[in-house]
Design a protein around this ligand. Structure first.
Ligand SMILES: Cc1cc2nc3c(=O)[nH]c(=O)nc-3n(C[C@H](O)[C@H](O)[C@H](O)COP(=O)(O)OP(=O)(O)OC[C@H]3O[C@@H](n4cnc5c(N)ncnc54)[C@H](O)[C@@H]3O)c2cc1C
Length: 323
């Protein structure tokens, strides 16, 4: 069976990858974006979704998660296939194009735009006493519907923990949320909803609380100096993410440490492979969303010309194109 093919494969669903996907799609190309995490947005979604970003052109003082929403909306109507939970691992030359092996199959394309940022953002390990005793300890939020009717203990104060508690409760799980500090992170709407649900008894919150250990039936907490047992079928330990570049660092791109040298148009040592965003060597001193956008626009237009030589590199102005 032949691998599914698109004109362009973008590796990484952060701002650089999403804007590259927009530009290539806007030029009329078919695009597939491969993202290791369960959601797009890169560092903005994983590391600081609740923080306001002040220096994205055209979006003054906008929460990072909202910047991602805008980037995704800009893909509406374009031939862009977003694949989450898809970690790119191998790159091979096939004919005039490239084949990328992933954790969810093999894909081919005429050109590859590498937008892997700091690396695949992987959930931190659950370093909790007794983590090996409980039968269902997880470090990332699965599809909430799969936990319907289950008793779920969510451990953590990061925005993903707040969101997991809300989404799981909405999906019919019986949720307890705990954190060692009193406060949780999240956007103000999410925090207000959390408080509302807690007040209405729709979920239980123990914070500040010390997680003494996990057991085969749940967890032992210490709250105000007293032992508090929580029975749980599933335990979600959400501690944020750590970047991992190793899946792509074996690719022959003349890596300079964590950076890929990017020549004019984002070109790399491999013909038809481009590097943009935080991982491009030209970003060494400026890891900025605005720079990632600019690099993505340039590389996507070069990639478009590479795949379809009849397309000029210069895209023309979008304002002159009919919708
Ligand atoms: C706390 C914090 C605050 C910041 N604030 C600002 C700010 O105010 N303004 C600003 O301009 N910048 C800010 N930045 C920097 C900005 O977030 C980065 O410059 C930007 O995210 C880079 O985008 P990117 O697409 O290159 O990489 P990333 O955002 O890192 O996205 C890369 C994506 O690729 C995925 N990926 C990696 N390897 C693979 C693989 N092998 N297969 C599949 N997927 C893969 C990752 O999971 C990730 O989702 C901030 C950064 C941090 C950490």
């Amino acid at each position: 069976m032949q691998a599914p093919h698109t004109d362009i494969l973008v590796i990484g669903g952060g701002p650089a990858g999403l804007h590259a996907a927009f530009y290539a799609g806007w030029r009329g190309l078919s695009v597939r974006v491969l993202e290791a995490r369960g959601e797009i947005g890169g560092q903005l979604a994983a590391l600081y979704p609740d923080k306001r970003v002040y220096d994205v052109p055209g979006l003054p003082a906008t929460r990072a998660a909202e910047v991602v929403t805008h980037l995704q909306r800009q893909l509406d109507g374009l031939d862009v296939d977003l694949r989450v939970h898809t970690l790119a691992r191998t790159l091979e030359r096939v004919g005039d194009g490239w084949q990328v092996g992933t954790t969810s199959g093999v894909f081919t394309a005429g050109a590859v735009i590498l937008a892997a940022g700091l690396g695949a953002l992987r959930p931190r390990e659950a370093r909790v006493p007794g983590a090996d005793l409980h039968p269902d300890v997880r470090t990332d939020l699965p599809d909430p519907d799969t936990l319907h009717g289950r008793r779920v203990l969510v451990v953590g104060g990061v925005p993903q923990a707040t969101r997991a508690a809300l989404e799981l409760t909405a999906a019919g799980a019986r949720v307890t949320l705990t954190h060692r500090r009193a406060g949780f992170r999240g956007d103000p709407d999410a925090l207000a909803r959390l408080e509302g649900m807690q007040t209405q008894g729709q979920l239980t919150v123990w914070a500040p609380a010390t997680l003494r250990r996990l057991t085969e039936w749940g967890a032992e907490l210490e709250v105000d100096g007293h032992e508090q047992n929580v029975e749980a079928d599933t335990i979600l330990v959400l501690n944020g993410y750590l970047p991992d570049l190793s899946p792509v660092q074996s690719w022959p791109l003349n890596w300079q440490g964590d950076y890929v040298p990017d020549g004019p148009g984002g070109r790399t040592a491999l013909e038809g492979v481009y590097a943009v965003g935080d991982m491009a060597q030209s970003s060494t001193d400026f890891k900025l969303i605005s720079l990632a956008f600019a690099q993505a626009a340039v590389a996507a237009n070069h990639a478009a010309h590479h795949v379809r030589p009849e397309l000029r590199i210069r895209p023309g102005h979008s304002s002159e194109k009919r919708a």
